[in-house]
Design a protein around this ligand. Sequence first.
Ligand SMILES: *Cc1c(COP(=O)(O)O)cnc(C)c1O
Length: 396
Amino acid sequence: MKKGYFGEFGGQFVPELLMPPLRELENAMETIMPEASFREKLEDLLRNFAGRETPVTFCPTLSAELGFNLWLKREDLLHTGAHKINNTLGQALLAKRMGKKNLMAETGAGQHGVATAAAAARLGMDCVIFMGAEDVERQAPNVRRMKLLGAEVHAVESGTRTLKDAINEALRYWIVHQEDTHYCFGTAAGPHPFPILVRDFQSVIGRETRARMLELTGALPDMVVAAVGGGSNAIGMFHPFLNDNEVRIVGVEAAGTGEPGCFNSAPLNLGSPGVLHGQYTMLLQTEDGQIQPSHSVSAGLDYPGVGPEHAWLQATGRARYGLANDTEAMRAFSRLCRAEGILPALESSHALAWVLEHAEEIRAELPSRPSGPNVVVNLSGRGDKDLGIIEKYQHI
Ligand SMILES: *Cc1c(COP(=O)(O)O)cnc(C)c1O
């Protein structure tokens, strides 16, 4: 495959002035990341600061209802509440070894901003976060968290004042500050090498799941499922299983309200290919190529594009991508709370919703096993951050 591409997707569609820092980052990935000392330091941070290894939890009540074994990979138990810390610790450590003094990042819902600010504080780096002005207002508690962790938060007033515009602004800032600043990209998307850099740091999710399922059930899972925003928790779960053809791989996109013609956040299901944020990938766009605003009840899935490797996995058929709408995600959220005593993030609730809504189809498709087939859902984060939205929704 051409370097920096997944089939026809990916690439580096950036201004010439961004090529030097991207090349510098690529070099650092090749020279620093394979070093034993780098791997050991990262492992120590993941274990003793972030809380890895996370458990794989069996769901007895839901499994009995569904007719197959449902397991959850518990990324919700990590420090700062989601999988994002796997990536920010990795990138912060790499940046520090590259001699950078500052971290900068974009954030939509604020989760990546908080995880970046935590990593920067831990490693003694300064931190600048770009956030759409609309999101600064909607996500006030996360803005407070970032500031408490020492980050400077810039509200971006351009465009729709959301994530897409924050990324554009962050890329511009990086051109000027590349000498001493690393751009800690928040998902497995953007120009090469970010999709593989982020995948590398998130693949710990799938590696651990693989080892634990072999230990717990004596076999690989029959299906793994994850929610897809930009695609980092999903590719982290999927990547270690790509060569195991017996493992079915399902990504779940947010269908928004689910009404025909509504805004959604499902570029793989409902978009078309184009260029955004330095990559050629599937996008929500109008016929003349304007980016369409996305919508989901879950802010973390609200991105009009998707990482290029997912576009390729869909094109090759190795993974399939389903949909869950706002109502289905809310229903899955409530069911997991009551049935298993776990409050999932609304993003993760989309992955769970797809499984709950397609139980019959899944039962028919999976092989029969003496102790039942096994489905693992990646629980990418915890739901505490979403309580305001959930209460509002339940009162409608
Ligand atoms: C940010 C976020 C997501 C979506 O981002 P990906 O890069 O697609 O993983 C999913 N779940 C949670 C809990 C998040 O915070």
